[in-house]
Design a protein around this ligand. Structure first.
Ligand SMILES: [Zn+2]
Length: 406
């Protein structure tokens, strides 16, 4: 048993301040408010305790990527995000040649077998070139159930989410086929109207990939995919709350419409997350990061149809950064934690294992300072080694974690 006490503990029922949390090996044993029931091993004074974050949309970080490179790179990308608080995450692939997607899905399935990631997210290849964002339009194809089945087989049961554009021919059959095998269908990188999106939800689509980004802007007479996805209670909506992809007003409006039970914070992080400005790779696309904003460097499409060079190309934020930004934008702490942990865990079918600080769930914790900067991360009862040797403020990385003998 390990008791942590004296901090503000964010639970499904509200913030316990002060509160305590008792761990039994890899699980949470008990959570309570007020003084600790026995001498605490770890003094949390001045810190927040949040449940480990669950990131449904991640391409890479810390200089490593799921979309290219070796298996070691993929493991490093997962480790980078874990160390920053995302104790569960999907590995997201972008549109690429089919053989490459199959090979990478098979490789990432090995990471899922090892428990390093919670599964895969295919962001493509059934996307609209008209809303391609930073993805390579040369490899976008119409929805094809046989192709889906090949990718699903390659992922060996670990494919959790697939993003598609529902206006493409064959999309309805693909939505039904994916739903039938337990893969969550997300609407994204789409030029669909509200009507087409409503039909896709009727067919089984249940999730929105980075709401507003990669969609036609909502109009009051044609609210588009974003309007339809917000309108339907059965749909969970991702937002990239990094201060770049969405205006803070847009974040607040989306949060008001969805409530915390349908809002999902994601990082959409790419290889440069946690690294300085410079040139990087996202799939087949060259990206330049300036002032922390990743943008496409050049247009690989010689026909030059569509929006190109300069498109935002994923984020350089971790989910912890998005949590901090969402709180600064005015969202209540409890709602932000629900959107970063509880709701995405539910989307993955993991609500009985992680995503909240309550007895019986995994001891997945993020200890944050007053500014919501992660200071220590625990996954399944084990403290993770910090990847950042020197914290920004020059303070020890694990402040308040002075161990008192009990
Ligand atoms: Zn993405």
């Amino acid at each position: 048993m390990l008791l942590l006490a004296g901090g503000r503990v964010v639970t499904p029922g509200g913030v316990l301040g002060p509160g305590w949390i008792r761990l039994a090996g890899p699980l949470i044993d008990a959570v309570g408010s007020g003084d600790a029931p026995e001498p605490a091993a770890i003094d949390l004074h001045g810190q927040w305790v949040l449940p480990g974050f669950v990131d449904l949309h991640v391409h890479g970080g810390g200089g490593a990527s799921f979309t290219e490179g070796t298996e070691e790179d993929a493991r490093a990308a997962a480790a980078f995000h874990r160390a920053h608080g995302s104790t569960s995450l999907l590995a997201s692939l972008v549109t690429a040649p089919l053989a490459e997607l199959e090979a990478r899905a098979a490789m990432l399935a090995g990471l899922a077998d090892d428990g390093l990631i919670a599964g895969l997210h295919l962001e493509g290849p059934f996307l609209s070139p008209a809303r391609r964002g930073a993805q390579d339009p040369r490899h976008m194809i119409a929805p094809d159930v046989a192709v889906f089945e090949r990718l699903h087989a390659a992922a060996r049961g670990h494919l959790r989410v697939i993003t598609l554009a529902p206006e493409l021919p064959g999309a309805t059959r693909l939505i039904e086929a994916a739903t039938q095998v337990g893969v969550t269908v997300a609407v994204g990188h789409t030029d669909a109207t509200a009507g087409v999106t409503m039909a896709a939800i009727d067919a089984g689509a249940r999730h929105a990939t980075h709401l507003f980004n990669g969609m036609r802007p909502p109009h009051h007479r044609e609210p588009g995919a974003a309007g339809a996805l917000l309108d339907r209670d059965e749909v969970t909506c991702e937002v990239i709350a990094d201060g770049v992809h969405l205006h803070d007003i847009t974040i607040r409006l989306a949060a008001r419409v969805t409530g915390p039970g349908r809002l999902v914070l994601v990082s959409d992080a790419m290889v440069a997350a946690g690294l300085p400005d410079g040139r990087y790779q996202l799939g087949s696309m060259q990206v330049t990061v300036a002032g922390g904003v990743a943008r496409l460097l050049e247009d690989p499409d010689p026909t030059g149809t569509g929006p190109r060079a300069g498109a935002i190309a994923g984020s350089t934020a971790t989910l912890a950064d998005a949590v901090r930004h969402a709180i600064a934008a005015g969202l209540p702490v409890c709602d932000v934690v629900t959107a970063a942990s509880t709701t995405p865990a539910r989307v993955l079918g993991l609500a009985d294992r992680t995503g909240a600080l309550r007895p019986g769930l995994a001891a997945d914790l993020v200890l944050c300072d007053d500014d919501f900067r992660p200071r220590a991360v625990m996954r399944r009862g084990e403290w993770l080694a910090p990847l950042r040797p020197v914290p920004a403020a020059g303070r020890p990385l694990y402040p308040g974690l002075a161990c008192r003998a009990t």
